[in-house]
Design a protein around this ligand. Structure first.
Ligand code: ZN
Ligand code: ZN
Length: 289
């Protein structure tokens, strides 16, 4: 947790984790210890089709969680969907379709996250056909090198946003403890008064959070401008649905902020930063119309 300059608290969390309860390589207690010692305040255990209940484990909040999947063939759709912080187990059985999964998670008062759409080879059309999911992963650590491929779903995020759909954006590890490269790499910071299920869930739904691998970023819309403040970074990029903008990027040794003037045809803007170590930070999608 850190407190920003205006006194607000931001809690660090990972929403995607597998243990020996499914196909992860560490048991839940060991997994929680690793994340607690790395300074995390909350986590969700999302073992495949194994609903994990909420608990407090040595000072770290474990939100209820589960990962459900549907489909095996990319052309007809492969969907992995996380249930986060539901108040009861979603009523689901194997064979449920993606919309059924989302609806069941929401009926159980959970936060539904479409996991790793790029890894799943989801298309924009497949994502647009789904309704009611709360967020999507813009980055998923275990999908990256050396274990796997396509960790970055930002192109799909922008395609969906260009069609007017603005889900929350999370980054998480999807940790299985295969290699160090997926442990404590990608996470979210949630702004909330306290680290409880109710407070975290309310802030997730209100998109009072950002996703990052290191650099923190604070983004707001002020009249016709998007204003970014951040930890020192080498690059700041303003993504939107306008294909060409001459002043979209900033670069420097230690940038701590930038201002983007909203262009006439933009309907959304989102911000990415990248620090000297190559670690990225991702804002939410900001509607500008
Ligand atoms: Zn998955
Ligand atoms: Zn997973």
């Amino acid at each position: 947790m850190f407190i920003d300059r205006s006194g607000k608290k931001w809690w660090k969390g990972n929403l995607h984790l597998h243990t020996t309860v499914s196909d992860g390589r560490k048991d839940p207690e060991e997994a929680y210890r690793i994340y607690r010692e790395a300074g995390y305040d909350f986590i969700a255990r999302t073992d495949h089709w194994q609903y994990g209940t909420e608990q407090i484990a040595d000072g770290i909040l474990i939100l209820s969680g589960c990962e459900y999947d549907s489909g095996r063939i990319a052309s007809s759709g492969i969907y992995h969907i996380l249930s986060i912080a539901a108040s009861e187990e979603p009523e689901l059985t194997h064979g449920a379709g993606p919309q059924e999964i989302i609806d069941a998670i929401r009926r159980a008062d959970g936060y539904a996250v479409l996991a790793h759409p790029a890894w799943s080879l989801n298309t924009c059309e497949q994502m647009m056909a789904l309704t009611g999911y709360d967020a999507t992963e813009i980055f998923n650590s275990v999908s990256g090198f050396p274990h796997n491929c396509r960790p970055d779903s930002s192109l799909l995020v922008d395609q969906v946003a260009s069609r007017g759909r603005f889900p929350g954006l999370v980054a998480d590890d999807d940790v299985h403890f295969y290699t160090e490269s997926e442990v404590c790499r990608s996470y979210i910071f949630v702004q909330a008064e306290e680290c409880t299920r109710e407070a975290i869930l309310a802030s997730l739904r209100a998109k009072r959070y950002f996703a990052t691998q290191g650099p923190r970023l604070f983004v707001k819309k002020e009249d016709d401008r998007i204003v970014v403040e951040c930890d020192p970074v080498r690059q700041i990029v303003f993504y939107s649905d306008q294909a060409f903008i001459w002043d979209r990027t900033r670069s420097g040794e230690a940038l701590t902020g930038a201002v983007h003037r909203i262009h006439a045809n933009e309907t959304f803007v989102r911000v990415e930063v990248c620090d000297a170590e190559g670690r990225r930070g991702f804002s939410q999608i900001i509607p500008v119309r």
